[in-house]
Design a protein around this ligand. Structure first.
Ligand SMILES: [Zn+2]
Length: 474
């Protein structure tokens, strides 16, 4: 009995050893596996979302373990998407390992392999964690067996759909919300002309918009624009201050800019400007271009070629005609403290303001044209801003004729040119200070305008100089 038992124990021990040997050979000597070069390949998902700083992981499965490493080529496609990831937003490095492995391999080329002896594998890519506000960007990830796999018989690989990876922006989330139409961002401006974003609008759909957005988020408001804004507002010597600046960027937007007061005292102002007019090549961006980032960079090198300077002066014209020198501000309750004969949104127009001066000219004369431009006829506020802009940027402002035959438009220009508040601050001197060019102004009716300004007479269908006497008009 004892001997029999002893033998039984021995057989049992021997069996255990065989099991250990078999499992060792599986881990350490896969070449001992029977050759198997045929299987079906599947992936676990067709879409994946990842945050900045994280890894995006792709899982692939085989129906059978292969006895050789299966070569694979990975591909990252950004060109067929509207909001593609930038090259510097992910690490061009592919980490991969089999399910039975603990260590990741790293490839800095698209060539990797499905490690032999594994039924599943993972591939992962690290997403860069930057501090730049971006849109949620995407890329398509796919694997390909390539031509080096003629020895294998892998089914299903050709049917694998590219995986859509979306990278969720995690920067400036508290700033992101819609603004005015065409708005990219709104900035606060401090006394040293530091611009800090206080609202960012990242809701757009095209690659060209994204390329422009990225440029502005990385580099902020272009220095040349800041410099011109500073010169314009410095000329007011504290009468008005730029507190907020809004970048609009939409060449299809029929708006060059806007202004709004940011405090009840009508000294602090917000100005918005459409920078498509500062960099005209922005409107020519081809969304299908393979070099859009470079195209945007090139467009930004061409500042001095649009109507931007004129628009900036026009908007400033609103501010200097709606500030506290011109308008009695409302009180904290939004009410006017005294009786008012000319109430506007900002408050009550002061006696002797530009608006009253314009009204007096129009009452005394009806010599055509009445306004320096078609747009100036929109309302009295636009009339003042337009006349101010033309009075600043024209090379020459002819005197009003003594016989009373000068156009109302010319009389208004002369009035503004001699208006005490404007003379005191030498606003006409702005034409020599700012860098943005005035000579590229495009009138929607007549194309490039050179001094003197022209107006369009819709009745006669002809263009009339605002400085021409009415008696000369045919
Ligand atoms: Zn305006």
């Amino acid at each position: 009995m004892q001997i029999h038992n002893y033998r039984k124990s021995n057989y049992f021990l021997l069996f255990m050893l065989l099991v250990v040997v078999a499992s060792c050979s599986k881990d350490d000597a896969p070449e001992e596996l029977p050759p198997n070069l045929a299987a079906s390949l599947t992936q676990e998902t067709i879409a994946s979302t990842v945050s900045e700083g994280g890894f995006v992981v792709f899982n692939y499965n085989l129906t059978k373990i292969l006895s050789e490493d299966l070569p694979l080529t990975v591909d990252i496609d950004t060109r067929s998407l509207n909001l593609p990831v930038d090259d510097d937003d992910y690490k061009f490095e592919f980490q991969f390992k089999g399910d039975f492995e603990t260590t990741w391999r790293t490839s800095t080329t698209p060539n990797i392999f499905f490690p032999k002896g594994n039924i599943s594998m993972k591939i992962r890519i690290q997403i860069v964690d930057d501090k730049i506000i971006e849109v949620d960007e995407s890329f398509l990830f796919s694997i390909d067996l390539g031509e080096s796999n003629i020895n294998f018989d892998i089914m299903g690989a050709a049917q694998l759909e590219p995986i859509m990876v979306t990278i969720l922006n995690d920067d400036g989330l508290n700033l992101i919300r819609p603004g005015s139409p065409g708005e990219i961002a709104n900035y606060s401006v401090d006394e040293n002309y530091n611009f800090a974003p206080i609202r960012v609008n990242s809701s757009f759909a095209s690659y060209s918009e994204k390329a422009l957005f990225d440029k502005l988020m990385k580099e902020g408001v272009p220095e040349e624009i800041k410099a011109d804004l500073k010169k314009v507002f410095d000329s007011a010597e504290g009468d008005v201050t730029l507190k907020e600046f809004t970048v609009l960027a939409d060449s299809n937007l029929m708006m060059g800019g806007f202004v709004a007061h940011t405090s009840d005292n009508l000294k602090d102002w917000q100005m918005g400007l459409n920078i498509s007019f500062a960099y005209p090549n922005l409107s020519d961006l081809d969304p299908s271009s393979k070099t859009l980032t470079e195209d945007v960079e090139k467009a930004f090198s061409n500042y001095n070629d649009g109507a931007f300077g004129y628009i900036m002066i026009h908007e400033f014209g609103h501010i200097v005609s709606l500030n506290y020198l011109e308008v009695i501000p409302r009180n904290d309750m939004g009410e006017l403290n005294e009786e008012c004969t000319a109430e506007i949104v900002e408050g009550c127009l002061r006696e002797g303001s530009v608006a009253f001066g314009f009204e007096a000219i129009e009452e005394a004369s009806s010599n055509f044209p009445i306004n320096v431009s078609t747009y100036a006829s929109t309302n009295f506020s636009e009339d003042i801003a337009e006349t101010f802009a033309w009075a600043v940027i024209q090379d020459d402002i002819p005197m009003v004729s003594v016989d009373g035959t000068s156009s109302v438009a010319l009389q208004k220009m002369n009035f503004i040119n001699k208006y005490p508040h404007y003379v005191k601050r030498n606003y006409r001197g702005l034409r020599d200070k700012i860098n943005a060019d005035f000579t590229k102004i495009i009138d929607p009716f007549i194309g490039p305008i050179n001094s003197p300004v022209f107006n369009y007479n819709p009745e006669s269908g002809e263009y009339i100089s605002c400085v021409r006497k009415r008696s000369n008009v045919q």
